[in-house]
Design a protein around this ligand. Sequence first.
Ligand SMILES: [Zn+2]
Length: 74
Amino acid sequence: MATDPIPSPVLSHEMVCEAETAVEALFVCTDEACGRRVVVGKGLPRLVVIDRGEFSVRHAGSLGGVVIDDVAAA
Ligand SMILES: [Zn+2]
């Protein structure tokens, strides 16, 4: 019998769009203690981390057609 590889709940933060241009959007973590900030490209799959925040926490967010799920990024 296989054992569950995830023994405890995975921490997760939600990111919201704070500013955007025609080509990219700035996402900020809603957890003030974390402070993760990333810039996500709209046309190209690009993600630039400005502030790493809590690196071990899963971050996800969305804005219109832009969806970020940077669990494995940067
Ligand atoms: Zn966070």
